[in-house]
Ligand binder design. Structure first.
Ligand SMILES: [Zn+2]
Length: 131
């Protein structure tokens, strides 16, 4: 239930942000999901729709932007986007050491793309007279 805990965390954060901004209804939640989180966007949306029930996010739409993973190579100092070998199925590639796109070495570390973040929230704010 990887996606479910991620969805709950997104919902909790969005509810908190809505509260802090006196929002009465959240319409869109934008998230950036790193490649190395291995979250499936369709699954994330599905679980988001379960997790948001009876909250200000009831009618909110989850917009997901996938961010490329970043690798750092100890052999040549390369740091940048990972290149997925199209010959290796994704399910296998997850467990295989990722080769450096520059020198081909396998002394690589994941340098980014392991997180998911809420980048922005679109919400309706209740009209205030103090404005
Ligand atoms: Zn390298």
């Amino acid at each position: 239930m990887h996606e479910f805990s991620a969805a709950c965390s997104i919902v909790d954060t969005a509810i908190e942000a809505a509260k802090n901004n006196n929002a009465t209804k959240v319409s869109v939640v934008h998230v950036e999901v790193g490649e190395f989180t291995f979250l499936v966007p369709e699954q994330l949306v599905f679980n988001f729709e379960i997790a948001r029930k009876n909250s200000v996010l009831e009618d909110a739409e989850l917009k997901i932007k996938t961010i490329k993973g970043r690798l750092k190579c100890d052999d040549c100092g390369f740091e940048g986007e990972s290149k997925v070998n199209p010959d290796i199925p994704a399910q296998v590639a997850v467990f295989a050491p990722m080769k450096c796109p520059q020198c081909g070495g396998s002394s690589t570390k994941i340098a980014g793309g392991k997180d998911f973040v809420i980048t922005s929230i679109e919400a309706e704010v209740s009209k205030s007279t103090a404005g």
